[in-house]
Design a protein around this ligand. Structure first.
Ligand code: KIV
Length: 266
């Protein structure tokens, strides 16, 4: 299974949780940057967030999204962009959206960089779709998705994300391919699943799309904890003696890893 991460803290936590694949998704444009879509995310920003996650991940495969306009111009541009995500971001594979990109996929794969495809509700085409709407409900669009999936496989993609399409179609496409599919809003018939970490943890609680399941309700927990901190600070209950230092130093173990609180001797 796959989950997104955009920083070292969540990179470490989801890696320790045992996920197979961590995706530094361009969804960071929405959940990190607060945009209504992914279209303003740049290659520099993807490389930066990928590097943050890279430092924290030991076990999972690290896949990094190629952002809007970093691969659409030409197969050469796609190869150069993918190379930057590997060299600057530490990506082990890249993901790009849409059908008709076989030449770009071939060029990247031939340079030794594994490519994941992404079909269906591809967020970088949000304006073409007129919003984030379920795709491939009509026969012609479903047929195009079947063809695109086979073409991506043929071009050398090692997996395909299928997003926001009818479950029966995703099941059928998954069965027709030798490579795995990873679904989001595409039913249980895909080989794997992916969710955005903020959705999965309930950190985004302003709306819940149908395809999201919240496995925790952390937005409320965050508000509660920070509210309690604010009350204690205003009431001078925090910091207590146990959080404060005396003039006499006592040698202690140095902190194992960098954290906001590690000063060494108390
Ligand atoms: O950008 C992203 O997070 C994604 C996943 C939702 C598949 O592409």
């Amino acid at each position: 299974m796959m989950v997104t991460a955009y920083d070292a803290t969540f990179g470490r936590l989801v890696d320790e949780a045992g996920v197979d694949v961590i995706l530094v998704g361009d969804s960071l444009g929405m959940v990190m940057q607060g945009h209504p879509h992914t279209l303003e995310v740049t290659l520099d920003q993807m490389a930066y967030h990928a590097r943050c996650v890279r430092r924290a991940v030991q076990g999972a495969l690290l896949v990094v999204d190629m952002p809007f306009m970093s691969y659409q111009v030409s197969p050469e541009q796609a190869l150069i962009s993918a190379g930057r995500l590997v060299q600057e971001g530490g990506a082990e594979a890249v993901k790009l959206e849409g059908g008709g990109r076989e030449e770009a996929v071939r060029r990247i794969v031939s340079a030794g960089i594994p490519v994941m495809g992404h079909l269906g509700l591809t967020p970088q085409s949000v304006h073409e779709f007129g919003g984030f709407r379920v795709q491939a409900r009509e026969d012609a669009a479903a047929e195009r998705l079947r063809r695109d999936a086979l073409a991506l496989q043929e071009a050398g993609a090692f997996a395909i994300v299928i997003e926001g399409v009818p479950a029966a179609l995703a099941t059928e496409v998954s069965a027709s391919l030798a490579i795995p599919t990873i679904g989001i809003g595409a039913g249980v018939g895909c080989d794997g699943q992916v969710l955005v970490i903020q959705d999965l943890l309930g950190l985004e609680d302003r709306f819940k799309p149908r395809f999201v399941k919240r496995f925790a309700e952390l937005a409320g927990a965050v508000r509660e904890a920070v509210g309690e901190y604010a009350r204690e600070v205003r009431g001078r209950d925090f910091p207590g003696d146990e959080h404060s230092f005396s003039a006499v130093t006592q040698p202690v173990e140095p902190p194992k890893a960098a954290s906001g609180g590690g000063y060494g001797p108390t």
